[in-house]
Design a protein around this ligand. Structure first.
Ligand SMILES: [Zn+2]
Length: 129
């Protein structure tokens, strides 16, 4: 549990965001981090200000960081969409200066292919209001 708290802190997560698991693969120098958002009560929408916004369906996203704790790191996140404007919740690991880049979802026919990150810049770098 201490390790998960360490990763949560390093990623800038605070509840209800949480790291649910971390997997190291020494031989491939790869780190996989799973992140979830567990908000069950309504909240104020950070995009449109609507009160009582709820998290509806979640979308799986993968973010890549080339050197996080000296590992090539894949962050697997279930990011909820908000009921009011269907925008995604802001991702805490995507702060200004973050080196995480979103990995585009694989084509359906190529699901087993290894996905190479292509460097979608963090949206908060350009569109932060
Ligand atoms: Zn909204």
């Amino acid at each position: 549990m201490g390790q998960l708290a360490l990763f949560s802190g390093t990623l800038g997560l605070s509840p209800p965001w949480q790291v649910t698991s971390v997997t190291f693969a020494k031989e491939t120098n790869r780190l996989d981090i799973n992140v979830e958002y567990r908000q069950l009560t309504p909240l104020v929408c950070p995009h449109c200000g609507a009160e009582g916004a709820r998290c509806t369906e979640e979308e799986d996203e993968i973010w890549f960081h080339a050197d996080f704790f000296h590992y090539a790191t894949y962050l697997h996140a279930r990011v909820p969409r908000l009921s009011c404007c269907y925008a995604a919740l802001p991702r805490p690991w995507c702060r200004l200066g973050s080196l995480f880049a979103q990995v585009p979802p694989p084509e359906p026919a190529q699901e087993n292919r290894v996905t190479e990150p292509t460097g979608h810049p963090c949206p908060s770098l350009s569109s932060k209001v």
